[in-house]
Design a protein around this ligand. Structure first.
Ligand SMILES: Cc1ncc(COP(=O)(O)O)c(C=O)c1O
Length: 343
C-alpha cells in the first residue's frame, strides 16, 4: 500500500527504533528525563527561544498555548481553515472558552490589513459589548490551504501589526521545518516573529510520538502547569523523545525529497483527463485535487485507487495526497499510473 493519505503515516525506521531502544530515561513529569531534557534544549536552541517543553502531540501544544495566552471570553484571530478551528474537536472552546474571529483567505496567509479589519469587526459594538481580542494564530505550513508557506516577510509584517495592537502571536508549526527547507529560511528567523510556537515530530520527520512547544521562560512555566492539568505530563517519555532527536539529526534535510515528490505528483496529475489540480505547483508536501471531471465521486475515486494499492484521503471536499518519508519517487510514478488507469 502506498500511504499518501497523510504524513502522519510515517513509521519509525530501523535506525530510529534502535535510537529509541537505547534511550536514557527518567521521570518526565518531574523534569528528570535526560532525553526529554536534551530534546527540549535542542528545540529551544533551534527556534531561538528561552525555553521549550515536551508534549505527547501537537493538538495539546495548541490547546495549552491558547490557554496560557488568553482568558475566557477573549477573542483569537485566525485563518478560517486553521487546524485549530477545523480539526481539533473545538478543544479551545472547551479549555479556554475563547471566540474565534476567522479571516477568510485563499492561501492560509493574511496581512496587517486583514488583521485590522478583523479587529474592526470585533469592535462592532463599543466596549463592554465586544469580546477582548488577545491572540493571533498562524499555521506554518498551512495544511488545508495546501501545504502553503508563510514567507518571512509576511510573518514579520503580521508580527509588527500584532505588536502595535497589543496582541500575542502564536504559531502552529506542525510543519515549520518543511517551510524552512522549502524556503531555505532558518527556523529561528520564522520563530523570531512569534511569541510561542511548536514543531511536530510525527509528520514528515517520521517519529512516532511527540511535539515541542517553545517560548519565553515565563510562558513555558505556565504551559507546564496546564500540560499537567490536561494530563499531558508523562513518565519515561525519553523512549519517544529519542525518536525525535534522531529525526532532528537525520530527517530534516530530506524533506526536500518529499517536496520534489509532491511536485512530480502534481505535474503528472495535471496531465490526466478529468482531474482538476487545485495546487498545480505545491510549495511543500501536499497536493489537493478534484476527480469530478472523471464522473466519479471522491469516495468512488478513493475506493478505485485503494483497489490499485494507493491510499489518499479527503479534506475540504477534495482529494489530498501528502508525501513523506515512506513514499518514494517510484511510488509517485506507480500512483500516477494508477490514477491514469482509473481515468
Ligand atoms: C497544522 C496542524 N496542526 C496541528 C496538528 C495536530 O498535531 P497532532 O496530530 O500531533 O496532535 C496537525 C495534525 O495533522 C496539523 O496538520
Amino acid at each position: 500500500m502506498i500511504p499518501l493519505s497523510s504524513d502522519t503515516e510515517t513509521r519509525p525506521t530501523a535506525a530510529m527504533r534502535a535510537a529509541i531502544a537505547g534511550a536514557e530515561v527518567g521521570d518526565e513529569q518531574r523534569g528528570e528525563d535526560p532525553t526529554v531534557n536534551r530534546l527540549q534544549e535542542r528545540v529551544a536552541e533551534l527556534l531561538g527561544k528561552e525555553a521549550a517543553l515536551w508534549f505527547p502531540g501537537g493538538t495539546m501544544c495548541n490547546l495549552v498555548a491558547i490557554k496560557v495566552h488568553t482568558r475566557p471570553a477573549d477573542a483569537i484571530i485566525s485563518d478560517w481553515m486553521a487546524h485549530i478551528i477545523r480539526a481539533e474537536s473545538g478543544g479551545m472552546a472547551l479549555s479556554s472558552g475563547v471566540l474565534v474571529e476567522p479571516v477568510v483567505s485563499e492561501r492560509g496567509n493574511f496581512g496587517p490589513d486583514d488583521l485590522r479589519q478583523a479587529l474592526q469587526r470585533l469592535k462592532t459594538a463599543p466596549p463592554p459589548y465586544g469580546p477582548t481580542p488577545r491572540l493571533v494564530c498562524v499555521e506554518q505550513t498551512h495544511n488545508f490551504a495546501g501545504g502553503t508557506v508563510w514567507s518571512l516577510g509576511q510573518l514579520q509584517a503580521l508580527s509588527a501589526a500584532a505588536k502595535t495592537e497589543g496582541l500575542a502571536l502564536h504559531m502552529d508549526g506542525a510543519r515549520l521545518l518543511n517551510a524552512c527547507v522549502a524556503t531555505k529560511t532558518a527556523a529561528a528567523d520564522f520563530a523570531a516573529t512569534v511569541d510561542s510556537l511548536w514543531i511536530d515530530f510525527t509528520k514528515g520527520l517520521g517519529a512516532p510520538i511527540g511535539a515541542v512547544l517553545a517560548g519565553s521562560k515565563a510562558f513555558i512555566a505556565e504551559a507546564r502547569r496546564y500540560k499537567h492539568v490536561f494530563g499531558g505530563a508523562m513518565r519515561q517519555a525519553g523512549i519517544a523523545a529519542a525518536g525525535c532527536l534522531y529525526a532532528l539529526d537525520h530527517h530534516v534535510e530530506r524533506l526536500a525529497e518529499d517536496h520534489d515528490n509532491a511536485r512530480r505528483l502534481a505535474e503528472g496529475l495535471v496531465q490526466i483527463p478529468g482531474i482538476h489540480v487545485r495546487t498545480p505547483h505545491p510549495e511543500t508536501n501536499m497536493v489537493f485535487f478534484d476527480p469530478a471531471g472523471m464522473g466519479l465521486t471522491n469516495e468512488a475515486f478513493l475506493a478505485k485507487l485503494l483497489d490499485r494499492g494507493v491510499r489518499m484521503g479527503q479534506v475540504r471536499g477534495e482529494i489530498r495526497a501528502v508525501t513523506h518519508l515512506d513514499v518514494s519517487r517510484k511510488d509517485i510514478d506507480t500512483t500516477l499510473a494508477a490514477v491514469a488507469g482509473i481515468a
